[in-house]
Design a protein. Sequence first.
Length: 383
Amino acid sequence: MAKLLQVTSFCDGCGVINGPCRCREQVAEGVTFGSDLYYDVLVNGRRAVHNQETGRIALQDAQRRDRWVRNTAIQKISGFRFRRIWPAMFAPTIWTDARLSCIAHIVENDPGVRVSAYSAAGKKLWTYDVKVPRPLPWAAKPTARLRSWQIETENMTAFFPATDKALVLALQRTTSRHLHRPDREWHARLELRRFDPRTGSQMWARNFDEITISQITTSRFDGLFASHSHGFAQLDLTEGSLRVLLDAKGILAWPMSIRDRVICVWQDRGQLHTAWLDQKSGRLLARHSQPCLKPNWLQVHPLRDTAIVQLSQRNYMMLDDHARPIWQVQLPHWFRSLHEYPKNLLRFGLSSNIVDVARSTGRIRRSLVRPLEVTRKALLGHT
């Protein structure tokens, strides 16, 4: 039976539990698996922190001490609107380059959003207001019934793709989820805009139809995506071009980039397919197929050199370089995040429940439980 341990603190960088941490790259107090309103980026021991709720942005050192703090005015929505843009939840609303010379973030600016950029010293560089675009042909018509139900005619969310090579603002537009029915068509458009981090001038704008970046994948969207119309494909976020990597049908998991390779996982006609692709050329490196029941959850979790496939809310499977399974484990709970640490350790976490798994064998080492009120304080205590 897995060992049960009460957790008071642990480090996200090295995985030390209830003890002093010598990790200089990343030090965190408490469980920081994520929050709906809180997002941060770690670069070279410094941490850029953004609170979507208050508009507060700060630059911290490795010990989470504020070097500077700025508060951006937020113009929140007043009353119901048929059309408005929301900052995405579970997705990056803060961006920084590899040298931390520019820090940009997204805040509400009713009915659109505002992008503000700061230098490493905290000096404000520029501000850009994103207005609500014109409705697309497939958007619902505003009616009195929709107003009484407070349903928007289409869903629009803004976020930053996970890349430090280019400052790109992504606007996801989809059919209103409250109006979607199985007998109706689902429509989507992804609008990308690239900005110059120093001046804020727009370098290019591209629109891609029938591409949906769902909330569960926006936090890791680096240009790779999966859709029924494109299969597995990649958007070049520096140039704005589209390239199809692998044509696949069925249930598609979101592809992930791991050391210049792309892992693709999909299920079709009772078979689970896994494939490794070369990210630069798109060449097929390895592929494996095995019988599989229809999964109720199909997701890829990237590690340093391989990947873990989530087949259901509790079943996980690790792949080798030949896209074949090494081990499969069933965990006692559903977990939202996965962290990889040295010394053969994988940590699954959600709220107050944490499970440590041996990376090489898939055996559960121990289960960790943390009081929910302490977890909430750790998530929001630095915002």
